[in-house]
Design a binder for this molecule. Structure first.
Ligand code: SF4
Length: 75
């Protein structure tokens, strides 16, 4: 399993994560930031747990994010 972590408040809405992992990220038209699909919020941090097959594309999202607010961990 993997854990994906998103510090959403700092998102600048560049859309890169959506391009890297479109099944897990989506832009939010309401505020121009992205949403981590399936995530639960804990004190402003959004966390999703999912399967290893999503690791590579979400690692790419983490690496490409210009403000470095995505983390991906094996759990
Ligand atoms: S890549 Fe980073 S800054 Fe860009 S939309 Fe995704 S989380 Fe936000």
């Amino acid at each position: 399993m993997i854990r994906i972590i998103h510090q959403r408040a700092k998102c600048i809405g560049c859309n890169y994560c959506v391009e890297a992992a479109p099944s897990r990220w989506i832009m939010d038209d309401n505020d121009g930031k992205c949403n981590l699909i399936g995530a639960k919020e804990k004190r402003g941090i959004f966390i999703a747990i999912t399967t290893d097959d999503e690791y590579d594309e979400n690692l790419e999202a983490a690496e490409i994010c210009p403000v470095n607010i995505i983390k991906v961990e094996k759990v």
